[in-house]
Write a protein that binds this ligand. Structure first.
Ligand code: ADP
Length: 469
């Protein structure tokens, strides 16, 4: 098997930065590729909040063609678990949050523009470049048409992965061509989505292969209900797009050696799960012995948290206690707090991003609610199953591909409170029975390791490299 040199570009990478699943993928896939003998450089921004101890080694500045001229960015590097990392430093990334600013497209255009120069500075000449989501979506276009690329970079084969089609990176066409230093003639190129520059669409047009993170999501985004305006483009690119299910970082998420739990456990001995449940109740002040329905989620429209909230009183009436951990939309943050204050002792909401508590919620809950409107792949349901916590999830995207209804979890069709309550009712009917215990065993035995997906990506890389020759 030929080893491939891959440049993997991502706006976040665990454990250095994270807002969601993309960070987990950017951590685990390169490691799994490295374990298969491939060589991977991950390039990501050097955020002010970067958590690396020791910090990356700063190796100086590189000049980046940007906004009509050249600008310096700093380069830091480190190596961990067989993977090299390059971090791109600029004052733009010294803000409190990773995203959510009005100049995000400009910020990540600068980052994207810096990637080839940074790789060259590290002496890394990739055979293939893998870009992810809108933040680095201009890379394929840039490698096809950009001026001032380092030797060996023009025309490099590319793969682009859609982790979430809702966020596309839109801006004015002229400004983005100016930032990226691309020829004005590209104004009518794939980046033009009805008169607006659309980073994601430019990648769909220019990448050698497009992937998304589950087979069902790959089908769904070809339809107007899920395509967020790009369904036509997805239909147009046809079988240039495939769905490859994400794996799970099974080292980070392993109940048999999880330092965040009061006691480790496995399918063979679930005592640690019972203790984790007690610890969770104590920590969150949940009274009694009622089954606990956990939630670990971004609080965003996508995640159907409003559906859960609308069902909140009835979930409590059904007999659940709720352990909610999430952050995001301020209105949803307020609403989860309100639900908790109406049901003291039965509902507790922790608003914030808390990795350690997340582990305890996965381990200590009996079931995990995932009422997503759409879910490209979803990690939380996989984590839950590995921790013997049965997911109660909407039947969409990666949730459909990973959960087997009434065998490893519970699925519901309609993104409304009645749909969710129908599934939680079915779950309660089985809770505490032999059948529930068998489901827990089955869920815990599933293999979510990255190796299978990494082999699939490697095959894809070899395909784009071969067809570029
Ligand atoms: P998405 O990437 O759309 O947010 P995923 O299910 O793919 O959803 O991945 C979410 C990841 O982020 C999981 O690892 C989950 O445990 C974690 N996560 C989400 N919200 C929080 C939070 N408030 N605190 C800690 N971890 C969180």
């Amino acid at each position: 098997m030929d080893a491939v040199r891959v440049l993997f570009a991502s706006s976040e990478v665990h454990p250095y930065s994270k807002t969601g699943g993309l960070a987990d993928v950017a951590a685990a896939l390169p490691r799994a590729l490295a374990a298969l003998g491939h060589e991977v450089l991950v390039v990501s921004p050097w955020y002010g909040s970067l958590s690396a101890d020791p910090p990356p080694l700063w190796i100086g500045d590189v000049e980046v063609p940007f906004a009509g001229g050249f600008e310096p960015v700093g380069v830091g590097t480190l190596e961990a678990m067989g993977v090299r990392y390059a971090f791109v430093g600029h004052r733009d990334f010294q803000r409190e949050d990773l995203y959510g600013y009005s100049d995000d497209v400009r910020r990540f255009s600068r980052f994207t523009r810096a990637i080839p120069a940074v790789a060259e500075r590290l002496g890394f000449r990739p055979a293939v470049v893998h870009a992810n989501d809108w933040h680095t979506a201009y890379l394929p276009l840039l490698l096809d048409h950009g001026w001032h690329l380092p030797h060996g970079f023009p025309g490099l084969p590319t793969v682009f992965t859609v982790h979430n089609v809702q966020y596309q990176g839109t801006s004015g066409i002229e400004e983005v061509l100016w930032w990226l230093r691309l020829p004005g003639a590209l104004a009518d190129d794939y980046l033009n989505h009805f008169g607006t520059a659309n980073a994601m669409q430019s990648a769909l047009g220019h990448a050698g292969r497009v992937t998304t993170v589950s087979p069902t999501y790959a089908d769904e985004i070809r339809r107007p209900e899920y395509g967020y305006g790009l369904d036509g483009t997805f239909r147009h690119i046809g079988d240039r797009m495939v769905g490859i299910l994400n794996g799970l970082d099974t080292d980070a998420w392993d109940p048999s050696r999880d330092p965040h739990l009061p006691q480790a456990y496995s399918a063979a001995d679930l005592h640690g799960k019972v203790r984790s449940g007690r610890e969770l109740r104590t920590r969150l002040g949940l009274a009694g012995e009622t089954p606990v329905l956990g939630v670990v989620s971004r609080l965003a429209d996508q995640k159907g948290i409003d559906v859960l909230l609308a069902a909140g009183d009835r979930l409590v009436a059904q007999g659940w206690s709720l352990a909610l951990l999430g952050s995001g939309d301020p209105a949803l943050e307020r609403a989860v707090r309100e639900l908790a204050s109406r049901h003291a002792g039965r509902v507790r909401a922790v608003v914030g991003f808390d990795e350690a508590l997340a582990h305890l919620v996965y381990a200590g809950s009996d079931a995990l609610a995932v009422p997503s409107r759409f879910e490209p792949c979803g990690l939380s349901q996989m984590i839950a199953m590995r921790y013997g916590t049965l997911p109660i999830a909407r039947d969409t995207g990666g949730l459909h591909d990973t959960i087997d209804d009434e065998r490893t979890g519970f699925l519901f069709r309609h993104a409304d409170p009645e749909g969710l309550l129908w599934a939680t009712e079915r779950a309660l009917a089985l809770y505490g029975t032999e059948r529930w215990r068998a489901m827990v065993q089955r869920a815990m035995a599933l293999d979510f390791s990255w190796e299978r997906s990494a082999r699939h990506y490697a095959e894809l890389y070899r395909g784009v490299v071969a067809s570029a020759r």
